[in-house]
Design a protein around this ligand. Structure first.
Ligand SMILES: NC(=O)c1ccc[n+]([C@@H]2O[C@H](COP(=O)([O-])OP(=O)(O)OC[C@H]3O[C@@H](n4cnc5c(N)ncnc54)[C@H](O)[C@@H]3O)[C@@H](O)[C@H]2O)c1
Length: 490
């Protein structure tokens, strides 16, 4: 069954939700009466298409369909998930819920992007309060995984579980807030920093740029991967967290901050902040700043993926989720054909300065096909955990044609030979649907005992599967290019 979302309000946050759903294969109906809303949404989608797939190392699902609706009724009538992202005014949110609940399914989930209101406030006077809860995301919604989920006593445990499941399915990291509180968790923390920053500018202690530098050259980098408490734990040294608090706790009594107060936002103060901000960042358009932000976010997140840390762990789990959803090949081949071992698209991170897929990523794709072939013959995670695997000892790639961003790729694999320790694979990397050959990859692999780091026989089960495939593949013509190497003129 196709998954159908409705996004009510397509501004900064609604646009981000739309992109998050569409790029994860959901169909999305949008209702936003503002003229020009569609163009803004298209720009957010363009940003999302060039950044979100760069976080994944496997193909994202095919995009869902986007439909702009003329009425709220049309937008919500078939939706399983409705995300409200209209401006932060309680009366407006109430009127939107009142109208949409006339038309939506009674079991549809209604999430509100509200930054400050509690679910109880949102649910007031609703005909079906149990449908409405808070799903508070962070800008850009298509890249940042955190969503604060807040429920009231009127929301069932079952609804909370469905909510967490859907958000996880679209690559997000739902944080179930333990109890209702104004502004949830993250915005309360941000507000503390924001208040302090306003004072520092008002009192001429720092400019907007100096405050930003104090964050991005220092603690902002620590926060991005360890947060607050893990960072301070290290600051406490071997003596740990209790020692850290004993050492720095008394400083909280000193009059460092003016957190309980807020400077009056006079015209003068607003002008001071705006003109400093213009001097700091006015050379860039908002669209340029968004792209710089997105590229940096992708880089920061990918480093953590390489280290399997923080947000990187989530990205790895998301890849596994995407892989599990892809069609798996049949267990035993029934006819003499090369096996389809990889299907995906050229990802943004793979494009080099020539505008084509960089040569190293031909191997990324071929290597993924080898991994899939290994799993296909039984060398899966369990097998590897028990100490057996194949190592590639020789590779020869012929680069035959270029591949461009987002083009569909397919790799087929032919087993050229095998014995108890070896398998010789020949991959064809093709552009789809044209079938144009982009590269061939020839790989010799040896079966290893991971404990002794020596070669050894594959299990009988793996050998049996390889033999079955070989019995069919030996009937195929030898592929063009097999056994070739770069010649040397004598
Ligand atoms: N901007 C942020 O950083 C941020 C972050 C997290 C959550 N939020 C929350 O998200 C919500 C939306 O904020 P935003 O920043 O996207 O605002 P925005 O002004 O960019 O977008 C709001 C959109 O809602 C549309 N709209 C107004 N009335 C409508 C109606 N009756 N039906 C349908 N659409 C309507 C407007 O045309 C506009 O496009 C707010 O509740 C806000 O607190 C904002």
């Amino acid at each position: 069954m196709r998954k159908q979302a409705a996004c009510i309000g397509g501004g900064v946050i609604g646009g981000g939700w739309i992109a998050r759903f569409i790029l994860n294969g959901w169909d999305v109906n949008v209702f936003d009466p503002q003229p020009g809303a569609a163009e803004k949404i298209q720009q957010v989608l363009d940003n999302a298409r060039r950044s979100l797939p760069a976080l994944a190392d496997v193909a994202m699902p095919s995009e869902g369909k986007l439909c702009y609706c003329d009425t709220l009724e049309q937008a919500v009538e078939n939706a399983q998930w409705i995300q409200e992202s209209v401006p932060e005014r309680l009366a407006l949110k109430h009127s939107v819920f009142k109208e949409l609940q006339r038309y939506c399914k009674s079991d549809a989930i209604i999430g509100s992007s509200t930054s400050g209101f509690t679910p109880s406030q949102l649910q007031k006077n609703s005909v079906n309060p149990g449908q409405i809860f808070v799903a508070h995301p962070f800008n850009p919604v298509y890249l940042l995984p955190l969503v604060e989920v807040v429920a009231s006593v009127d929301n069932s445990v079952d609804l909370a579980q469905q909510v967490l499941q859907v958000l996880t399915d679209i690559g997000m990291s739902p944080l179930l807030v333990r109890r209702e509180i104004d502004a949830h968790i993250a915005d309360r923390l941000l507000e503390a920093v924001w208040r302090e920053a306003l004072w520092l500018i008002k009192d001429d202690v720092a400019t907007t740029e100096e405050i930003d530098d104090a964050i991005r050259f220092g603690f902002g980098l620590r926060w991005a991967q360890m947060g607050l408490f893990e960072t301070y734990r290290i600051a406490g040294g071997e003596a740990g967290m209790a020692h850290f608090i004993a050492q720095f706790g008394p400083a909280l009594q000193w009059p460092w901050t003016k957190l309980m107060d807020v400077p009056e936002l006079t015209d003068d103060l607003i002008e001071k902040i705006a003109s400093q901000s213009d001097r700091q960042s006015g050379a860039y358009s908002i669209r340029q700043l968004e792209r710089i932000r997105d590229d940096n976010l992708v880089g920061i997140m990918r480093v953590q993926k390489a280290h399997n840390w923080g947000v990187g762990k989530l990205l790895k789990a998301y890849d596994q989720q995407l892989l599990a959803a892809q069609p798996q090949p049949a267990v035993i081949p029934s006819n003499a054909e090369p096996l389809i071992m990889y299907e995906g698209r050229v990802l943004p991170a793979w494009i080099d300065y020539n505008g084509h897929m960089n040569e190293s990523h031909y191997l990324t794709v071929l290597s993924a096909a080898t991994d899939n072939f290994m799993a296909y013959v039984g060398v899966d995670e369990d097998y590897i955990a028990k100490g057996g695997s194949y190592f590639t000892v020789e590779t020869h790639i012929r680069h035959l044609a270029e591949a461009s961003l987002n083009e569909e790729l397919q790799v087929t694999t032919q087993l050229i030979s095998c014995d108890r320790k070896r398998m010789h694979l020949f991959h064809r990397l093709m552009h789809m649907p044209s079938g144009k050959l982009l590269a061939t990859g020839e790989h010799m692999l040896l079966h290893m005992d991971l404990n002794s780091a020596k070669t050894c026989f594959a299990s009988e089960d793996v050998q049996g599967r390889l033999e079955k495939i070989f019995d069919l593949h030996v009937l195929l013509d030898k592929p063009q290019g097999v056994g070739s190497a770069i010649g040397v003129r004598s």
